[in-house]
Design a protein around this ligand. Structure first.
Ligand code: PAF
Length: 277
């Protein structure tokens, strides 16, 4: 496994790499969710590239950029174990050199839900993913369904800017009690970890109501709120029942839809979603 630390070196490596080239973009602090993406990439790509870059532009001024978990040595060991060929681990200066001014904004999609609570977040994500796609030029790139809105933003930018990458979305990976894997789970104390199961319990309640025939989106949102209210450590930011493509809030669920939520457990902000139908 080769670790590449500069854009120039990456540009050279991509020309030599056997195709198809499969990319797994990450911010490090790897967990089973990331590794499931790497395994899928390994099974489909001739060359597997993982990027490890904690992207400052997707963090708001009051968010956890400085505290974001970092353990490069462990990440590299895990990636090597999974048979990754190239790790792209650029510096901030390489990605955002002095004078950097261009950003990618995907419009309304990036301003809903997460975008409302994290203004500018998706501009940061779209900009860095656009840069990673143009620097690495993968044939395929793999993302987790846990970040549902992020996957839609990336599909949008990939189509709108003709980046030509096959964007592959893989199922969320969960702990045995349903908590979706996330690097931020490491922040949870034992009591908070117990409380964090409220997210999946709330989503499962909406899914059960949907499977029982309920199509009124307010009732499905209400089922999630009811579960969250019973957990004193859970502070709700949003619960949503939205169109699976546009993320517009629905009145009724008549086609592909997602139940999504964002909840603070103590100081840790967690998101999750499930498909309805
Ligand atoms: O999902 C993530 O880890 C990040 O948002 C991504 C896609 C690597 C962009 O920084």
């Amino acid at each position: 496994m080769k670790v590449i630390k500069s854009v120039a070196e990456m540009a050279e490596a991509r020309e030599q790499a056997p195709r198809p080239m499969a990319l797994v973009p990450t911010m490090g602090a790897l967990h089973e969710g990331h590794l499931s993406l790497v395994r899928r990439a390994r099974s489909e790509g001739a060359t597997v590239v993982a990027s490890v870059f904690v992207n400052p532009t997707q963090f708001g001024p009051n968010e956890d950029l400085a505290a974001y978990p970092r353990d490069l040595e462990r990440d590299l060991a895990l990636l090597e174990q999974e048979g990754v060929d190239l790790v792209f681990q650029p510096s901030q200066e390489d990605i955002y050199p002095s004078g950097f001014a261009t950003t990618v904004d995907v419009g309304a999609l990036g301003r809903r839900l997460e975008g409302e609570f994290r203004p500018g977040h998706f501009r940061g994500v779209a900009t860095v993913v656009c840069k990673l796609f143009t620097i690495i030029r993968p044939d395929e790139a793999y993302f987790g369904q846990k970040d549902a809105q992020q996957t839609l933003v990336i599909r949008r930018l990939n189509a709108d800017l003709n980046l030509g990458v096959n964007v592959v979305v893989c199922p969320s990976v969960r702990e045995a009690d349903g908590l979706a894997m996330s690097s931020r789970n490491a922040y949870l104390g034992p009591e908070e970890r117990r409380a964090s199961t409220a997210l999946f319990r709330a989503l499962s309640a909406a899914q059960a109501r949907f499977n029982g025939g309920e199509r009124d989106a307010d009732k499905l949102r209400g089922a999630m709120v009811q579960v969250l209210r019973m957990e004193p450590l859970a502070q709700r930011e949003y619960v949503s029942v939205s169109d699976a493509e546009t993320l517009e809030e629905l009145a009724r669920v008549d086609g592909p839809a997602l139940a999504l939520l964002a909840v603070r457990i103590g100081n840790t902000r967690l998101i999750d979603n499930v498909a309805l139908g």
